[in-house]
Design a protein around this ligand. Structure first.
Ligand code: AMP
Length: 282
């Protein structure tokens, strides 16, 4: 695996590669890799001749400095995991390589960055838009791979691609879960053993919400019930449970064919998100 820390040499390498008319698949991450990330790498490998993964803990998308400071860094282990799955290229720049100054542009995604994660993490999606724009310009892939785990982020990136005419296809991959159902996340390593057990309530909450909605309960009542259900576990605080149209993230009050349930909350001081399509089997 070729490893680049600087933009110039990576671009030169990829330019040379592109001349042979092969396709590039790109998987942007913040590291602390787990099987969810590796599944994205494997999807990219299946559909492209060269797979590029990036590891960059992007400071502009952290609205909470404490969250940034505590974000896990396991670069050596990540490199080994990527080598093992046969990733071709890793780009792992320093912050100074990506940001020449602290003065940078801001994105406004309209409704998409005002609700849900956008409401609870002001500025987060502007930072996501900025770093994804930079990375897409640097790597110029044919396809970019994102996880359904961060569903709102994928919608933001889709809007970014469309509005800025990025010549790339966004590929969305399903959520990879632990055997008990907890959505895999780099932040899970920060959970204590007890918090790890309690954190499963978010996924259980999604499943329960789905069952209640399908039995005809009104969404406002479902929300109250799921808040009570989740917060009956120690150290759990629910931030939101939302029902939305999965094609545009418009918030809904009743179930449609394409609706998705989204949940966010804390286990101790670790913020977790998850979601479930109403049409999913589980
Ligand atoms: P992150 O490193 O958390 O920024 O995530 C990098 C990419 O991996 C994003 O597109 C995430 O949506 C995706 N991802 C993270 N966790 C999972 C998971 N459990 N299953 C599938 N994709 C995931």
């Amino acid at each position: 695996m070729e490893i680049f820390k600087e933009i110039g040499p990576l671009k030169a390498y990829l330019t040379q590669f592109r001349q042979t008319r092969h396709s590039i698949g790109f998987v942007p991450t913040m590291g602390a890799l787990h099987p969810g990330h590796l599944a994205l790498v494997q999807s990219a490998q299946k559909e492209n001749t060269l797979t590029v993964c990036s590891i960059f803990v992007n400071p502009t998308q952290f609205n909470n400095p404490n969250d940034l400071a505590k974000y896990p860094n396991t670069l050596h282990q990540d490199v080994e995991l990527l080598r093992k799955v046969g990733c071709d290229v890793l780009f792992c720049p320093a912050t100074s390589e990506m940001y020449l100054s602290q003065d940078h542009i801001w994105f406004d995604f309209g409704l998409l960055d005002k609700i849900l994660e956008g409401e609870f993490r002001p500025g987060h999606f502007s930072g996501v838009g900025l770093v994804v724009s930079k990375l897409l310009n640097i790597v110029a892939p044919q396809r970019a791979y994102f996880g359904q785990k961060d569903f709102q982020q994928a919608m933001v990136v889709q809007k970014l691609i469309k509005d800025l005419n990025f010549d790339v296809e966004l590929k969305l991959a399903p959520i990879v879960r632990e055997s008990d159902g907890l959505a895999m996340s780099s932040r899970n390593v920060r959970l204590t053993t007890d918090q790890r057990k309690h954190a499963l309530i978010f996924y259980k909450g999604l499943q329960k919400a789905k069952t209640l909605l399908l039995s005809g309960m009104e969404f406002e009542a479902v929300k109250r019930e799921i808040k009570r259900f989740c917060e009956s576990e120690p150290e759990i605080k629910l931030e939101y449970l939302a029902l939305a149209d999965s094609t545009n993230l418009t918030l809904l009050k009743s179930v449609t064919k394409q609706s998705i349930l989204l949940i966010a909350g804390y286990a101790g001081d670790v913020r977790l998100i998850d979601n479930l399509m109403m049409s999913d089997e589980n």
